[in-house]
Design a protein around this ligand. Structure first.
Ligand code: NAD
Length: 275
């Protein structure tokens, strides 16, 4: 009996000398992270979550005072942080933030590409300007960030990229009129899957999170306000998500606990994509 027990212990990852402590494996101590669109809403919550898990956090936003405000909040919690301004749709901005991060903090381990915009118009009225603007931020911006951060990560053989997609990548939320948004977010998922499979054997994991309808300034725009009530009726959970509902997911995807996961689209939407 003793012998067979020993054999089990020897082969069992849960009892080996390198005993797994799951909460330790979720820690991000010593890691450098950035979050785009970190100045408010979901990005702000991601910045707090990554910082609380131990990472140093660069808060990136189009609007510098917003990024500075969040970096200040993090500092008050004892989290090392800095704020940078960038328009993620501009290659020179993206390269500049990565150059600054590497110059100040040596490298980047966690890239949280979250900045995104949403416009609302019937498809037949969607202007080329609206289409281009949406794609420039949501997809071109994401490509630029993934590529610039990915180059650094591939060189060091390690990195975690977490992109923000949307439940709109999985379903057509009714009665939204968001052709450009929905199409751009479907693109985020395919970009994530492609990079995720292309880079995993060089140590870089790329996943995305698809939030449902989250209570952030984005959904309180005049455009979307009338739709919010209707959306809530479509959520099995019966309520909007709060940004705190998304925080553990970003920590998980940024940590070594998710090392075997890549190209995944993690939906956090109160069941809405299933109805
Ligand atoms: P938000 O509008 O509250 O915040 C977005 C932040 O991104 C703002 O601080 C804004 O200044 C910044 N930003 C906008 N354009 C930028 C650019 N070109 N470069 C850099 N920063 C820029 O939005 P949110 O609700 O927090 O959404 C964050 C992400 O989550 C977006 O990608 C959005 O599409 C996605 N999302 C949101 C919801 C939701 O219900 N709120 C649902 C699904 C997905």
């Amino acid at each position: 009996v003793m012998e067979s027990k020993k054999a089990v212990v020897k082969d069992d990852v849960f009892w080996g000398h390198n005993r797994c402590r799951i909460l330790d494996r979720l820690r991000l101590d010593g890691k450098v992270a950035y979050v785009t669109g970190g100045g408010q809403g979901i990005g702000r919550a991601f910045a707090h979550a990554l910082g609380e898990a131990g990472a140093k956090v660069v808060v990136v936003d189009l609007v510098l005072p917003k990024a500075e405000g969040v970096a200040e909040e993090l500092s008050l919690k004892g989290i090392k942080s800095m704020a940078l301004a960038a328009d993620v749709s501009k290659p020179e901005d993206v390269q500049r933030i990565l150059d600054v991060i590497v110059a100040r903090w040596g490298t980047v381990h966690i890239a949280c590409n979250n900045a995104g915009i949403n416009m609302n118009s019937a498809s037949e009225d969607t202007s080329l300007e609206e289409w281009d603007k949406t794609f420039n931020v949501n997809l071109r911006g994401l490509f630029l960030c993934c590529q610039a951060a990915g180059r650094i990560m591939l060189k060091q053989g390690y990195g975690k990229i977490i992109n923000t997609a949307s439940m709109a990548s999985l379903i057509v939320p009714h009665p939204q009129k968001q052709l450009a948004y929905n199409a751009s977010k479907a693109g985020v998922v395919k970009l994530t899957q492609t990079l995720g499979t292309e880079w995993i054997d060089r140590g870089v994991r790329v996943n995305c999170i698809s939030p449902g309808i989250v209570d952030t300034p984005l959904i309180h725009s005049e455009d979307l306000k009338p739709l919010v009530q209707r959306w809530v009726a479509d959520i099995p959970a019966g309520k909007l998500a709060q940004v705190t509902d998304l925080q553990a997911a970003v920590v998980y995807l940024a940590s070594e606990a998710s090392d075997y996961m890549t190209g995944h689209n993690l939906a956090i939407e109160g069941g809405q994509s299933l109805w």
